[in-house]
Design a protein around this ligand. Structure first.
Ligand code: OGA
Ligand code: MN
Length: 287
């Protein structure tokens, strides 16, 4: 029997809450409705879920093959025997090492792993423990960001490629094995089209990744910086954002092709434990 799924848009430029569903018990029709809502709203929130790592992996797999999680900041992988699970946490384990990544500070605006040639198409983040305050996650629509660019700026972007830096993660931690540089032209990363077309919705979107050490190929550094600053001031305007104030049991699924996200800091003495998966994606096509 199909579950009576209700999709309630947030009223913001992106995001919807999906009600009336237990993600452990989805039939094909319910999954199709969720998939459609995900393409329409880019970010979906499912409250009150009770997911083991295996449940999270099983639901995530319905969207496609999963990536292995990135390596933790201390160079280790996360969950023994479950290489698909990435932990975002400030909590210390018995050995005094963090059990996950990103600490308790701000995680700046980013798209997950866009410094790779084929970034994940989706990320799924599940809340196991949440601090009493702080640690909210904000999402921005990169469709809306493109749409609100002044025409002259849209024209300026046409045909340009932007380097998505791979030196630091969103928490500001140096990635394992990278020698840092301050010059965006030398930073490691991958060039993607600055304006992409979503492979499933066909809509145009701005594809920025992250600000630090970004570089627009072929431009003098000062011109690249000025253009990026102009684009970023549009791409993070409050009117194209939506925020999730987490509750334990929330699962948030985002389309990693057409959104960016960032996280507020929280009290480092409080505990926050999130488990994440990511679904394999393809190279973002130019618009
Ligand atoms: C992530 C991420 C932010 C958060 O898991 O990719 O950026 O709120 N998380 O934990
Ligand atoms: Mn992220």
């Amino acid at each position: 029997m199909s579950q009576a799924i209700e999709v309630v848009p947030t009223g913001a430029a992106l995001g919807a809450e999906v009600r009336g569903v237990d993600l452990r018990l989805l039939d094909e029709a319910a999954f199709e409705a969720i998939h459609r809502a995900w393409l329409d709203h880019a970010v979906l929130l499912f409250r009150g879920q009770a997911l083991s790592d295996d449940d999270l992996i099983a639901f995530s797999r319905r969207f496609g093959e999963l990536d292995w999680a990135p390596v933790q900041e201390n160079g280790r992988r996360f969950v023994e025997g479950k290489p698909e699970i990435y932990i975002v946490s400030n909590v210390l384990g018995p050995d005094g090492q963090p059990i996950g990544s990103l600490g308790a500070g701000e995680a700046v605006w980013h798209t997950d792993m866009s410094y790779l040639p084929m970034p994940p198409k989706a990320s799924l983040l599940y809340a196991r423990e949440i601090p009493p305050q702080g640690g909210d996650t904000h999402f921005a629509s990169m469709y809306a960001a493109y749409d609100l660019l002044p025409e002259a700026l849209k024209a300026r972007c046409a045909g340009l490629m932007v380097k998505h830096d791979g030196t630091y993660n969103s928490g500001g931690f140096l990635r394992a094995g990278v020698t840092p540089t301050d010059d965006p032209r030398d930073a490691p990363g991958h060039l993607h089209p600055l304006v992409c077309r979503h492979p499933e919705t066909g809509r145009r979107m701005l594809y920025l990744g992250r600000r630090r050490l970004a570089y627009i190929a072929g431009l003098p550094l000062e011109e690249s910086e000025a253009l990026l600053d102009a684009l970023w001031s549009c791409a993070t305007r409050p009117e194209i954002c939506w925020t999730n104030r987490w509750r334990v049991g929330d699962l948030v699924l985002w389309d990693n092709r057409c959104t960016m996200h960032r996280r507020d800091p929280f009290d480092p003495a409080a505990r926050r434990i999130m488990h994440r998966t990511q679904v394999k994606g393809a190279a973002p096509p130019a618009a």
